[in-house]
Design a protein around this ligand. Structure first.
Ligand code: ATP
Length: 203
């Protein structure tokens, strides 16, 4: 089995995430993509982040009708933030025969060489870097990765249709009572409204 692992805050999940997962699945011939919402220690972050259970539930609602997508509560259930290496070790233990692929947005790629235990990460998984508007992989990231050929070798690029959408922008729109229809799955919008997740401006 070829298993994609897609980590993120997902506050909230939006079509940028869903399209990235779908195209990565197709281009890398994955059997499944598991979304792994991050457990975040509220004391350690500069902005208010919705509770893990809410972010997890929103991803569950978003992927429910796509058989190749799944959600894991593994990081959310652990106290504090998790390191990618720990998450990949967990999936490796759970699916020892699977080939793992770690999906990240191009905006995160330049810091990959600095991640904890990067050598082990690259042993455990191939990195699938999905393109994101505003981040030119060939120049900025290409240069950063050129310094780390061992890392660059394990990174594959996945070109996705440019969707200049972020959770920050979605939160801002919701806080201003602007529509996010077509940007976020309808069930996720309903859930965030019922739970009043994004009513405060500036979060
Ligand atoms: P925020 O605005 O709160 O920082 P975000 O929209 O960047 O959030 P995350 O949950 O941090 O969303 O993203 C999870 C992963 O998905 C990251 O690797 C990120 O680079 C990638 N990603 C998010 N939005 C897009 C997009 N529009 N196109 C491509 N990749 C994306």
């Amino acid at each position: 089995m070829r298993l994609g692992i897609f980590g993120g805050t997902f506050d909230p999940v939006h079509i940028g995430h869903l399209v990235a997962a779908q195209v990565a699945l197709e281009q890398a011939g994955l059997d499944r993509v598991v979304f792994v919402p991050a457990g975040v220690n509220p004391l350690k972050v500069g902005k208010v982040i919705s509770a893990g259970e809410h972010r997890l539930h929103m991803v569950e609602l978003a992927v429910h009708d796509t058989p190749q997508f799944a959600v894991s509560d593994w990081e959310i259930k652990r106290p504090g933030p998790s390191f990618t290496v720990d998450t990949l070790e967990h999936f490796h233990e759970e699916h020892p025969a699977a080939e793992l692929f770690f999906i990240i947005g191009a905006d995160n790629l330049h810091i990959l060489p600095k991640w904890r235990s990067v050598d082990r990460i690259l042993e455990l998984a191939t990195v699938l870097a999905v393109t994101r508007p505003g981040f030119d992989l060939k120049t900025s990231t290409g240069t950063a990765l050129a310094l780390y050929p061992e890392v660059a070798k394990r990174v594959h690029y996945v070109e996705i249709p440019g969707l200049d959408i972020s959770s920050t922008w979605i939160r801002e729109r919701l806080a201003k009572n602007l529509s996010v229809e077509h940007l976020v799955p309808q069930k996720v919008i309903g859930y965030s409204e019922e739970n009043k997740l994004y009513e405060r401006i500036g979060d």
